[in-house]
Design a binder for this molecule. Structure first.
Ligand code: DOR
Ligand code: ZN
Length: 343
């Protein structure tokens, strides 16, 4: 049997929610990854260090007995964030970044930033404190075609941010387009990107062709095949600017399978297996370890993990759902066969 052993990986972008959903999903992330960057878009959002520390405690409680997992907390940037809070965050050993959601761009983003130029003084404070800014890069203009929103964000906002704050460490989260890949490649070493499994594995036909499949609907929306190919090339290139971030985003099944469903693919149940499939198909399994286990840690200036995980090439079928009763979460590739399995 074919196996692949790599240094323990980290997930540099995930949503684990809170309450009952947290208890259902956290064991998946904690089994696969040593650490994960935890998104702050709870309701209400995590905007202060004190809130992040309380949320961190809740996450620690959800780790299964004997588990070894470290949540890396982030704060939600709003128009009301203060320079004092940025300094506090930079000094906290548990808070690792701020997340910028353009207001209205995605799930629980209504407290996000409505006027990006208005938060420039805060970006200056982050640059000074040397704390990374994680960006959901999509414009929210309702007249902008949903498939163009990332490209237009880069032209309208991201270029300006990078020009004005040349030393700000930025992660362009969940890149989905050729334009985003090129932007990150052309930038300095302070500009990096995460890539999700769904954007590497699927193009927009997965959502729309032959019937509408809500479990492939996430934001930024999955694009055309030409963009997927650019993402696979970036992820498997060995360029340390591109690293693993699942954007695993659980929503209970009835909120996905409805007339106006929520955005988000749940992938924490098989994250590494999904990425292994991508790298295997691209004949680049030797590049998976850098992408999954080294480059993110280096960018965040955290030590690389010790220990290893092993994947086997052995088919298995993803369950139809995780959780029980009103709490079921339908995973990405539910009922489908995957070729790789983590031991
Ligand atoms: O699809 C998404 N779901 N994209 C996001 O940016 C947020 C996430 C969520 O929180 O559900
Ligand atoms: Zn996300």
């Amino acid at each position: 049997m074919k196996t692949l052993t790599i240094t323990r990986p980290d997930d540099w972008h995930t949503h684990v929610r809170n309450g009952a959903v947290l208890k259902t999903v956290l064991p998946h992330t904690a089994r696969q990854f040593a650490r994960a960057i935890i998104m702050p878009n709870l309701k209400p959002p995590v905007t202060t260090v004190a809130q992040a520390l309380a949320y961190r405690e809740e996450i620690l409680q959800a780790i299964p007995a004997g588990g070894d997992f470290t949540p890396l907390m982030t704060l939600y940037l709003t128009g009301s964030t203060t320079a004092t809070e940025i300094k506090k965050a930079a000094e906290s050993e548990h808070v690792h970044a701020f997340k910028l959601y353009p207001a209205g761009a995605t799930t629980h983003s209504d407290s996000g930033v409505a006027d990006i130029k208005a938060v420039y003084p805060l970006l200056a404070a982050m640059e000074k404190q040397d704390i990374p800014l994680l960006i959901h890069g999509e414009v929210t203009d309702q007249n902008c075609d949903i498939f163009d929103r990332e490209r237009v964000f880069i032209e309208t906002h991201l270029s300006g941010i990078v020009e004005n704050f040349p030393n700000l460490r930025i992660v362009v989260e969940h890149v989905t387009t050729t334009e985003a890949v090129q932007f990150v490649q052309a930038g300095g070493n302070n500009i990096a990107a995460t890539i999700t499994p769904q954007h590497l594995l699927f193009n927009r036909n997965a959502i729309l062709a032959g019937g509408i499949r809500p479990h492939y609907y996430c934001l930024p929306i999955i694009k055309r095949e030409q963009h997927r190919l650019a993402l696979v090339a970036a992820a498997t290139s060995g360029n340390p600017k591109f690293f693993l971030g699942t954007d695993s985003a659980p929503h209970i099944t009835p909120l996905k399978e409805t007339a106006c469903g929520c955005a988000g693919c749940y992938s924490a149940h098989a994250a590494l297996e999904l990425y292994a499939e991508v790298f295997d198909r691209a004949d680049s399994l030797d590049k998976l370890e850098g992408f999954a286990s080294f480059y993110g840690a280096d960018f965040y200036r955290l030590p690389r993990n010790s220990g290893t995980v092993t994947l086997e090439k052995t088919p298995w079928t993803v369950p139809a759902a995780y959780g029980v009763n009103e709490l079921t979460i339908t995973p990405l590739q539910a009922n489908e066969e995957l070729n790789w399995k983590m031991q």
